[in-house]
Design a protein around this ligand. Structure first.
Ligand code: NAG
Ligand code: NAG
Ligand code: NAG
Ligand code: NAG
Ligand code: NAG
Ligand code: NAG
Ligand code: NAG
Ligand code: NAG
Ligand code: NAG
Ligand code: NAG
Ligand code: NAG
Length: 653
């Protein structure tokens, strides 16, 4: 064994020294723990290192990439030496990887990441002088699942049923496997024996994605009747945890009734005859297996929770029962209501009309209507309230009290509940003629129509007489509300006419003094040659003065009616006698003048031919127009009327 030489020994020593140094200056590899990426996207895995061997691939460094699946299968996918970059052939990564290198790091870029790419990426950095070092990064791949769908069972579930399916929740195509949680309202549900049962069906699709179907079954309780159920899907995405909430489902829960109430839904307040009544039965249950009936006096009205009673009468009064029968358990519950149907009978007036009451006597009559409620009575006459209360009491009655009374009975507590009845009241007493007014005298051509009204009951008869006691037969007679009316037609001339009324209680008369006055107003001068009688164009006026005086004779009297003694004409003033006499004298004078004129004309007519007379009649009919004026005196009514002068002559009638 010969030592060759010193320089070779030195070299060996230097190498040994270098080796020692190299051991202390090792390769360092730095990689993040994990990289997370969505399916189909690009993942970058950075392998950064420190080495004295300088620039990668410059000769001193060898870099290898391995992929290890979660099941532990390891495979080299890439290696890098000197300036050569080599992608391994026939690996799942072939064609999808690129490597970007600098002096401190090597970045592997994997495009279109697949689910199978998940696993560990190992980066081995080997230096000739400094040895080798491994680093690794986990790659996690994610796929967001589709929105979950939920489906509730269609049929209702009874609380008597065993644990039953409520709904199904489905979530599709997620990675990694999402979690499904069921909620009732906001409380997560867990399996509870005999309470909650959640079953899950996980499908791994051919794509490697997961689909999950989750079934919820529960034993429903009454409290579940309004409960909403839903499922929540939790899933991960790169760097975060997310969740979806499904729609809500509300299963129909059947539960037996434990209590019921029956009530009147309409009308509000008091029920009256004729109303339509709606009864409602309300239970606290919700059951298919229950039968509801509404019963009245043993008669079933309906198989329903509602009963409508149309136009109720008092016979429908009483207890209404709502009966609920459980068809499984045959248990029965019921509720009652006592229905009051209020009524208001017809108003009855006692004594019944028509009533006849003698003047100055008392009238006492009552009106009432049977009712189930408090009533109020009002008496009306001619639409005006005259009395309140059941009794209509009138003392010292007068003709003004005669007429129709209506008694209205109302129930103040129920709107529209009212009845009424009417009473005819006649006041018995002697006739009372009304003082004639202008309206009672009408002029028809040369006639005067006189009207006479007599108040009294029984209706008085009316007779018209002239001053010489001649009865005028042509009068009309009409009974009125409170007496009678008569109209007579007379030729206008000076005369006095009496209207006399009579019934069993007495008589009364009115006197009409008619005064016919010729009033000449010459409008055109008489034609020079014409005959006086035929060519007269005179405008004549008759003043008719009615002078009324009344006489009352109370012949018969009944009970408290005071016999009315014949009264002197009340409205007549004795001082007027003079005026009348003067008027009469004037009239006589006028008549005398007229008489002489007529006589003169008569004489003349004898001389003249007959045609003149014919003309006269023609003219007469042509001048029948009457102009009427009316005038009132201080104490009597004076009426003026215009008529052809000749017509009013008594001889003409
Ligand atoms: C690789 O990682 C190192 C250290 O964390 C960093 O300095 C470098 O910039 C990274 N390279 C790339 C391409 O991300
Ligand atoms: C590789 O590196 C170069 C230079 O640093 C850069 O321009 C390029 O975008 C990189 N490629 C990828 C896919 O990161
Ligand atoms: C690095 O990983 C490769 C591949 O698994 C292995 O062959 C090698 O021995 C490892 N090196 C070190 C230093 O752990
Ligand atoms: C699913 O639930 C399991 C167990 O509770 C949990 O470990 C996991 O992180 C959940 N997954 C998601 C995506 O939330
Ligand atoms: C009216 O008659 C009734 C009974 O008939 C009686 O009770 C009442 O007192 C009478 N009223 C008057 C004011 O007389
Ligand atoms: C009846 O009425 C008349 C007229 O109103 C009156 O004069 C008379 O005193 C009354 N009689 C009684 C008893 O009240
Ligand atoms: C009386 O009753 C009838 C029928 O109900 C009604 O039409 C009339 O208005 C009533 N009269 C009064 C005065 O209330
Ligand atoms: C009118 O009535 C009275 C009493 O009722 C009777 O006595 C008389 O005869 C009647 N007169 C005429 C004209 O009818
Ligand atoms: C009577 O007089 C009235 C007016 O006062 C007049 O309109 C009418 O024509 C006259 N009649 C004659 C026939 O002249
Ligand atoms: C008739 O009435 C008229 C009009 O008021 C009056 O001018 C005339 O004097 C009256 N004639 C007599 C006779 O009263
Ligand atoms: C009415 O006639 C009567 C008698 O017939 C008489 O006494 C009286 O004065 C007349 N009245 C008037 C207002 O002319």
């Amino acid at each position: 064994m010969a030592v060759r030489d010193v320089p070779s020994l030195l070299l060996l020593g230097l190498l040994a020294l270098l080796h020692t140094w190299g051991a202390s200056a090792k390769v360092e590899v730095n990689m993040v723990e994990k990289v997370e990426v969505y399916l189909g996207e690009t993942a970058e895995i950075n392998c950064s290192f420190t080495s004295d061997d300088g620039i990668s691939g410059s000769g001193g460094l060898l870099i290898k990439w391995f992929h290890e699946t979660s099941s532990g299968k390891r495979q080299k996918i890439y290696h890098q030496e000197s300036l050569q970059n080599n992608e391994e052939k026939n690996t799942p990564f072939t064609g999808r990887i690129k490597v970007n290198s600098t002096s401190q790091d090597v970045v592997m870029i994997i495009s279109n990441v697949q689910l199978s790419d998940e696993g560990e990426f190992i980066c081995e950095v080997r230096s000739v002088t400094e040895g080798s070092k491994n680093g690794s990064t986990k790659l996690r791949v994610f796929k967001k699942p589709d929105q979950p769908t939920i489906e509730g069972v269609e049929n209702g579930i009874s609380i008597n049923d065993p644990i039953s399916k409520i709904g199904t929740c489905e979530v599709k195509n997620g990675y990694p496997k999402p979690n499904v949680t069921w909620y009732r309202e906001n409380t997560p549900l867990r399996n509870i024996p005999d309470g909650v049962q959640i079953a899950q069906e996980v499908t791994s699709e051919s794509s490697g994605l997961f689909s999950i179907k989750s079934y919820l079954s529960i034993k429903v309780k009454k409290e579940d009747k309004d409960a909403h159920f839903y499922c929540e899907v939790q899933y991960n995405i790169p760097g975060a945890e997310k969740m979806y909430e499904s729609q809500r489902i509300q299963p129909t829960v059947y539960y037996p009734s434990t209590a019921a109430t029956i009530s009147v839904k309409s009308p509000n307040g008091h029920i009256k005859e004729g109303d339509t009544v709606e009864l409602h039965c309300i239970t606290d249950g919700n059951s298919e297996s229950e039968e509801i009936q509404i019963i009245h006096k043993g008669v079933k009205l309906t198989d329903d929770a509602t009963a409508v009673l149309e136009r109720v009468t008092r016979l429908q009064d009483g207890v209404y029962e709502c009966k609920i029968m459980n068809m499984y358990t045959f248990e029965e519950i019921s509720a009652n209501i006592d229905l009051r149907v209020n009524y208001l009978d017809e108003a009855v007036i006692e004594p019944k009309g028509p009533l006849e009451v003698v003047q100055k006597n008392e009238l006492n009559t009552s009106c009432n209507a049977l009712s189930s409620l408090h009533t109020e009575t009002t008496w009306l006459k001619d639409g005006k309230e005259v009395s309140r209360g059941h009794f209509l009491n009138l003392a010292n009655v007068t003709y003004e009290d005669a007429g129709t009374y209506v008694c209205v009975v109302t129930v103040p507590s129920v709107k529209g509940m009212q009845t009424n009845s009417s009473l005819q009241v006649h006041i018995q007493g002697p006739p009372q003629n009304s003082i004639p007014t202008e309206n009672d005298i009408n002029y028809k051509d040369e006639d005067v129509e006189l009207s006479c009204y007599a108040r009294g009951y029984p209706s008085p008869n009316i007779t018209w007489t002239t001053s010489d006691d001649k009865v005028l037969g042509s009068a009309t007679y009409t009974e009125t509300n409170d007496g009678a009316k008569s109209v007579v037609k007379v030729k206008a001339s000076d005369m006095t006419i009496f209207c006399k009324s009579q019934n069993g209680y007495g008589t009364h008369s009115v006197e009409y003094n008619i005064k016919a006055v010729i009033n000449k107003h010459t409008t055109t001068p008489a034609t020079t040659t014409a005959d006086y009688t035929t060519t007269t164009a005179d405008n004549t006026t008759i003043n008719v003065t009615t002078n009324t005086s009344t006489t009352t004779n109370a012949a018969i009297s009944k009970s408290t009616v005071k016999p009315e003694t014949a009264k002197p004409p009340e409205k007549v003033k004795k001082g007027n006698n003079g005026v009348i006499i003067a008027v009469i004298i004037i009239c006589i004078l006028l008549l005398a003048i007229l008489g002489s004129v007529l006589y003169f004309l008569y004489k003349k007519g004898k001389i003249c031919n007959r045609s003149g007379k014919q003309d006269f009649t023609k003219e007469k009919s042509g001048k029948d127009k009457i102009v009427v004026e009316m005038k009132s005196d201080k104490s009597e009514e004076a009426i003026l009327l215009g008529v052809n002068g000749e017509k009013q002559l008594p001889s003409d009638q």
